[in-house]
Design a binder for this molecule. Structure first.
Ligand code: HEC
Length: 244
């Protein structure tokens, strides 16, 4: 082998080795990405059952609402299929989320089936927080999910963004050219533990503004202060971590 072809051979090896190193994390990340997409879609599909049924939940004349754990889990799976275009794959994490949905609804029965009480405080965000807490417990430290929001818009301190979430919300989601609705993911440490982190932006729709809209500071039906948000504005984010 002459010098030139030796150098070419060495370069080729270098290219091959580097591309192997480069390809490997991408393969792992693609899987984490798919799991994250499935779980955040299911999370939203479940929450949609509560928003779709909000006026019935708030109906003081109606007792039994028919929103048992099993019924809500079934509607969540139907919503998932509509949103994702394929049926939910029942992997352990998806099953854990469905189990969390069932438990939250089982606990909510007395509250939501009360007659003579209109607004009961059982809202999509409240349901989502309870499901997130139970899901994260069930995954015993291997995965966590959370509904959060831009710092200035956080109502419940339990939903405050951590440093990483805050940074992505401010530096990416709120920046001019950031593609609407596009999730962001990367490897990052959480309290010293490495994780695949995934965060999905959410925007205020018309139905949100009765509580999160203008005039800022006015009390909404829940007794909380309106944020002064506007239609289409970044209002929240779903954040998922898969620990390594
Ligand atoms: C009936 C009033 C009401 C409506 C309508 C409403 N929200 Fe909320 N939202 C609340 C309350 C109250 C909380 C605090 C829930 C809790 O205790 O975790 C909240 C919490 C949130 C959070 C979690 C962060 C935080 O502030 O604690 C997000 C994100 C959010 N809402 C987004 C939305 C979006 C998007 C919509 C419309 C699709 C919407 N909300 C509709 C009242 C409302």
């Amino acid at each position: 082998m002459n010098t030139q072809s030796y150098i070419q051979f060495a370069l080729l090896k270098l290219v091959l080795v580097t591309s192997l190193i480069a390809v490997n994390p991408v393969v792992i990340a693609a899987d984490d990405e798919a799991v994250s997409k499935s779980l955040t879609t299911l999370f939203r599909a479940s929450r949609k059952v509560i928003s779709d049924n909000q006026s019935m939940i708030n109906d003081e004349s109606k007792g039994e609402k028919g929103l048992s754990g099993a019924a809500v889990a079934q509607m969540a799976m139907d919503n998932y299929q509509k949103a994702a275009g394929s049926p939910l794959a029942k992997n352990p994490a998806e099953n854990a989320m469905l189990a969390a949905v069932k438990e939250v609804m089982a606990d909510a029965q007395d509250l939501i089936n009360q007659q003579g009480v209109g607004f009961k405080g059982f809202l999509p965000a409240v349901f989502a927080r309870q499901v997130a807490t139970r899901f994260s417990q069930k995954m015993s430290g291997s995965m966590t999910i959370k509904l959060t929001a831009p710092k200035k818009y956080v109502r419940n301190r339990a939903n405050r963004p951590d440093k990483w979430e805050h940074n992505i919300i401010e530096a990416k989601f709120s920046s001019e050219g950031y593609e609407r609705g596009k999730p962001f993911s990367e490897s990052a440490a959480i309290k010293g533990k490495m994780a695949f982190r995934y965060i999905l932006p959410e925007y205020y729709g018309e139905s949100c503004l009765g509580c999160h809209g203008k005039p800022e500071g006015e009390l909404d039906i829940t007794g909380g202060k309106k944020e002064g948000g506007v239609l289409g504005e970044l209002g929240g984010a779903i954040s998922l971590a898969i620990f390594k």
